[in-house]
Design a protein. Structure first.
Ligand SMILES: Cc1cc2nc3c(=O)[nH]c(=O)nc-3n(C[C@H](O)[C@H](O)[C@H](O)COP(=O)(O)OP(=O)(O)OC[C@H]3O[C@@H](n4cnc5c(N)ncnc54)[C@H](O)[C@@H]3O)c2cc1C
Length: 496
């Protein structure tokens, strides 16, 4: 039974929301979590992730502190390297073209390690991402791209760890409880309206933390803010992030902030369903394009597949695919690289063709100009600087010369059968536009004044991401700002 009042209401039950709930409870506040989804679909986009989390670490000792289960054997066979705060800052600045908010990024980076240690203190476990972020060279694994750990059990494991931590701390989660609006007067926010079990009612509180995701699952808002064509994107994750929290806050006078016309979107199986499928998780993504090429319906390449490590390009290439005729592309590989393809290429629900000649392959690429496809592959093969050795662990500089669309790294000839091709479309992950917050995660109104009792975290915070995004930062941002929002909301509620 949903109570009439509590100190802090948390809207959402993804990673940001649940971090906020734990932190508010630590302040001694009574906390209620409202989750729009039914229990079997709960956990938002967080549940669809692989659980990869980007954080700054100075070397092995930091990793040992976070993952005391690391064995001596794992340590001996792995070069974990370091990912310093400076590198994290540089990555955020570079991929956002220097637009990321300096105050927010400061918190994100400097609190990344301590926030993971805080989660660990609540019983969360982390493991190295051997499968996806490290290749074996001369018998040793080497991590690359600043992304080294994932939550134990991936996204589903992370959501389960949150559920357990909340239960341990006496935080109730109400499923099928959709927040509809914020109650407020001249003294600030004092409650929410919520629809639960077919009834609309009010829930009084002293603080609200909005952590209900972006508007990626709302085709009308996507078209309105991201632009024409975005109604045609597939949604990678939950169907419940339709912008409710953003609308509620804007209606109450909150200031919009950040890249409202931007989003995170990737190459995603062309025949994937409209929304994410929890049984497949992130398996519809196809992220090994740096080892091959991508062709559009005209049989032409249209993007530098090897511009950077996939961590730094995958989130913006979905939009590039959406702009192609028919909103699709084929990724092409030959036998020399197929052993490098990520595990998502080996799932049952995949749109794949194989062939023993390039002519046969081109004929099997649905909706593609086959003659032009063969021509493109031949001229690509001829343009590669084959004198530079191929090395997937570093940006190897093995590029092309003289092509209208260059490939900067990892260019390998496509000449060794069997050939494999995978059809992808655009899959949207989450939207970048959000609310303006202070460094205490308090929401600001359109006059620039803090809105008493209103806090925000996760996808619906604006100002961090523009144009692009370094892989693994969504969970880190949700954790850092969820914790800050919950702490602030809990403290404010206790003061009131
Ligand atoms: C397939 C996929 C793979 C990904 N992989 C990674 C990865 O490996 N690493 C990484 O860092 N990021 C990854 N991401 C991005 C990551 O999922 C998000 O950045 C992060 O989970 C956002 O957390 P959040 O808590 O803000 O939102 P969510 O986890 O989406 O939670 C939002 C919650 O709000 C609820 N909600 C919505 N409206 C209402 C309402 N009106 N009332 C009540 N509740 C409401 C939803 O049901 C949901 O529980 C991935 C995303 C997808 C889709």
């Amino acid at each position: 039974m949903l109570p009439d009042r509590c100190d802090v209401v948390i809207v959402g039950a993804g990673n940001a929301a649940m971090c906020a709930a734990l932190a508010a409870r630590e302040q001694g506040a009574t906390v209620i979590v409202l989750e729009r989804a039914p229990e079997d679909e709960s956990g938002g986009n967080t549940r669809f992730t692989a659980g990869a989390i980007r954080f700054a670490y100075d070397g092995l000792e930091d990793l040992r502190a976070l993952m005391p289960d690391l064995t001596e054997e794992e340590i001996a066979r792995t070069d974990f390297g370091r990912y310093t705060e400076d590198q994290f800052f540089d990555d955020m600045a570079r991929v956002t073209e220097n637009r990321t908010d300096p105050d927010l990024v400061e918190l994100l980076v400097r609190r990344s390690k301590s926030t993971l240690m805080w989660l660990r203190s609540h019983g969360f476990r982390f493991v190295p991402i051997y499968g996806r972020q490290a290749f074996k060279v001369d018998g040793r694994f080497k991590f690359w791209g600043g992304l080294t750990v994932e939550a134990w059990g991936g996204g589903p494991g992370l959501v389960e760890a949150h559920r357990k931590a909340a239960a341990k701390d006496g935080i109730p989660i109400f499923y099928g409880a959709r927040a509809l609006g914020l109650l407020h007067d001249d003294d600030g926010i004092n409650g929410v309206t919520v629809r639960h079990e077919g009834k609309t009612r009010t829930l009084a509180c002293r603080s609200v933390v909005l952590a209900s995701g972006g508007f990626e699952s709302n085709p009308e808002w996507r078209t309105r803010y991201l632009g024409p064509g975005w109604d045609l994107a597939k949604v990678r994750g939950t169907r419940f992030n339709t912008g409710d929290g953003l609308r509620m806050a804007l209606d109450a006078g909150a200031a919009p902030c950040g890249n409202w016309s931007g989003c995170h979107a990737v190459g995603w199986d062309r025949n994937a369903p409209e929304f994410g499928d929890l049984a497949v998780g992130d398996g519809f993504q196809k992220h090994s394009y740096p080892w091959g090429i991508m062709l559009n319906a005209n049989g032409e390449r249209f993007v530098d597949e090897g511009a950077d490590f996939r961590n730094y390009t995958y989130a913006k290439y979905g939009a590039v695919i959406l702009r192609q005729p028919g909103q699709f592309a084929w990724q092409i590989f030959d036998r020399k690289v197929t052993h490098l393809l990520r595990d998502e290429y080996r799932i049952r629900q995949v749109t794949k063709v194989t062939a023993n000649t390039l002519e046969e392959l081109a004929g099997k690429l649905d909706d593609v100009n086959a003659g032009k496809a063969i021509e493109t592959i031949r001229s690509y093969n001829a343009a590669i600087r084959t004198e530079i050795p191929f090395d997937p662990n570093v940006k190897d500089g093995r590029g092309t010369v003289g092509l209208p669309v260059p490939k900067s790294n990892w260019a390998n000839t496509i000449d060794t059968p069997p050939f494999e091709a995978y059809a992808v479309s655009c899959g949207i992950t989450f939207t970048f536009g959000g609310l303006r917050i202070t460094t205490d995660a308090q929401v600001l109104d359109t006059d620039g004044q803090p809105m008493r009792g209103l806090y925000a975290a996760g996808e619906l915070v604006g100002g961090l991401f523009y144009f692009n995004y370094p892989g693994g930062t969504g969970l880190m941002s949700g954790s850092v700002f969820g914790r800050i929002a919950g702490t602030s909301a809990g403290q404010a509620a206790k003061r009131a």
